[in-house]
Design a protein around this ligand. Structure first.
Ligand SMILES: Cc1cc2nc3c(=O)[nH]c(=O)nc-3n(C[C@H](O)[C@H](O)[C@H](O)COP(=O)(O)OP(=O)(O)OC[C@H]3O[C@@H](n4cnc5c(N)ncnc54)[C@H](O)[C@@H]3O)c2cc1C
Length: 455
């Protein structure tokens, strides 16, 4: 396999300084497992498959890590997670700690701890309730005392009622991580095909026997859909209802500052995370833009409970996304150009007003940030399930087909663990954590619905 660039690989400039990964030239005729999507989930799955000696190809329609996995805030956290996700978050943390060694590259992981500041009684009550639920999980999460808060998050100017801290949480670098994991997968024997959209699945006797890519068919015994925000569309063409909606997440980068702590910190309306380059990635916490799209109406009943519970955190937006989605075909043939080839990288524009607000809010909470120059800003489309928990597991009715999607704004931290879990399921090994909470079927039996905010 060569690492040269060619005409297919004409990478457009992105809003994020992503570590580039060049695709392999030769498309294999067959592999054991085909992974669809080169975000952190697909890259991790490809790595663990290849390390175990499975023949694997990873197909990415655009660039490795260019969608959510390269655009997120970089928080690697166990704290605040849905109880069902905590074992997966713990498994992921143990993989993140080894990630630089495993990949032989810098993924930016640092075990800095993470702190949530509570400025309102309602935030204290919410986190207290979470802590009670998480009791017994083995996490070292604890409330900080006043002096500890002042020492660990110096320079706070707004009054804080309390702060919850998990020392084993950390941060990593989105622009480096998925590319590093994918390169490690290639060194372990995986074939990286990019740009190479998968149009659909080929079946024999109902079982997966291959995939059809824009560069031709590839025979395989199993396929993993790890398509992020595209998973619903891809599954829909196979007749599978994968209920997920897109939320627009945003972030900005500010230049290096002195006197700010190394760990990610979230307040009621601000969030920041130190970057390896010394600067910070900042964002508005508890504030998401939900673009109204045709699926918003199709899935209204599924999402209504979560919307009612978190209505304060969502801003509905009607605009061009509606018409773009309306124009996107929901069905296509294997000999047709698919929607995945028409949009190589989902690169939604951030709202300038919200970026300015995130910088201003941070400046009032920590005056060290006041006047800090925003050097870059970007948006990312987050795939959210109705209960805010991802789907990881087999698709019933199509033997050999697996999905790992719907990470609902927090899949970067659990990405390596999710990759390992789906690989365990594909290979029929004892799963690293209980996969039951992640089954697709639960989304049609839901009652109580937890949080789905990024970070
Ligand atoms: C602004 C923002 C902040 C966030 N903050 C955090 C955070 O701090 N911590 C955290 O844990 N999570 C965070 N998240 C969420 C996290 O980034 C995602 O949950 C995670 O990256 C999802 O990974 P993925 O591999 O499933 O999807 P993606 O990274 O979106 O990758 C999916 C890939 O599949 C490809 N693809 C799709 N269809 C096809 C096809 N048919 N053929 C070939 N390729 C295809 C796409 O091009 C894409 O590259 C944030 C997200 C955003 C946008």
């Amino acid at each position: 396999m060569t690492a040269s660039r060619d005409a297919r690989d004409s990478r457009p400039p992105l809003a994020i300084p992503l570590q580039p990964v060049t695709g392999d030239d030769v498309v294999p005729a067959s592999v054991d497992v085909l992974v669809i999507g080169g975000g952190i989930i697909g890259a991790s799955a490809a790595l663990f498959l290849a390390q175990g000696g499975t023949q694997v190809a990873l197909c990415e329609k655009g660039q490795i890590g260019a969608e959510q996995s390269g655009r997120n805030w970089g928080w690697v956290r166990q704290m605040g997670r849905e109880p069902a996700e905590i074992p997966l978050a713990i498994e992921s943390l143990s993989l993140w700690r080894e990630m630089n060694r495993i990949t032989g590259a810098e993924t930016g992981f640092r075990q800095t701890g993470i702190t949530y500041l509570c400025e309102r009684a309602r935030d204290m009550a919410d986190l207290d309730a979470w802590l009670a639920q998480a009791k017994g999980s083995g996490l070292p999460t604890r409330w900080l005392g006043r002096e500890e808060i002042a020492r660990m998050v110096p320079g706070l100017s707004r009054p804080v009622m309390g702060a919850l801290h998990t020392a084993t949480d950390g941060r990593a670098e989105p622009e480096l991580a998925a590319p590093a994991i994918a390169e490690a997968a290639r060194r372990a024997g995986a074939c990286l095909l990019t740009p190479c959209a998968v149009r659909g699945i080929d079946r024999r006797g109902g079982r997966v026997c291959g995939v059809i890519t824009e560069r031709g068919p590839i025979a395989c015994q199993a396929a993993v859909i790890a398509g992020g925000a595209w998973t619903r569309l891809f599954a829909g063409n196979l007749g599978i209802d994968f209920p997920s909606l897109k939320i627009l997440g945003m972030a900005a980068r500010v230049e290096a500052l002195d006197g700010v702590c190394d760990m990610p910190v979230g307040g009621s309306d601000f969030a920041f995370r130190k970057r390896l380059d010394g600067g910070f990635t900042i964002g508005l916490r508890n504030h998401n833009v939900a673009p109204l799209i045709p699926d918003s109406f199709r899935l209204f009943a599924d999402f209504l409970p979560n919307l009612l519970k978190h209505y304060r955190e969502f801003r509905l937006h009607f605009g061009r996304h509606f018409f773009e989605e309306l124009r996107t075909p929901r069905r296509w043939g294997m000999d047709e150009v698919s929607p995945f080839e028409r949009i190589r990288v989902l690169e939604p524009s951030p709202f300038a007003g919200l970026i300015a607000k995130s910088a201003a809010r941070l400046g009032t909470a920590l005056p060290s940030f006041a006047g800090a120059r925003v050097t870059q800003s970007w948006g990312g489309m987050i795939d959210v399930t109705p209960d805010g928990v991802p789907v990881i597991g087999p698709i019933k009715g199509i033997p050999g087909l697996y999905v790992a999607g719907g990470f609902s704004g927090h899949g970067f931290g659990i990405g390596p663990g999710a990759g390992r879990l789906v690989v365990d399921l594909v290979l029929g090994r004892k799963p690293c954590v209980d996969p039951y909470p992640f089954r697709l079927e639960r989304l049609r039996e839901m009652k109580a619905l937890p949080e789905c905010a990024p970070g």
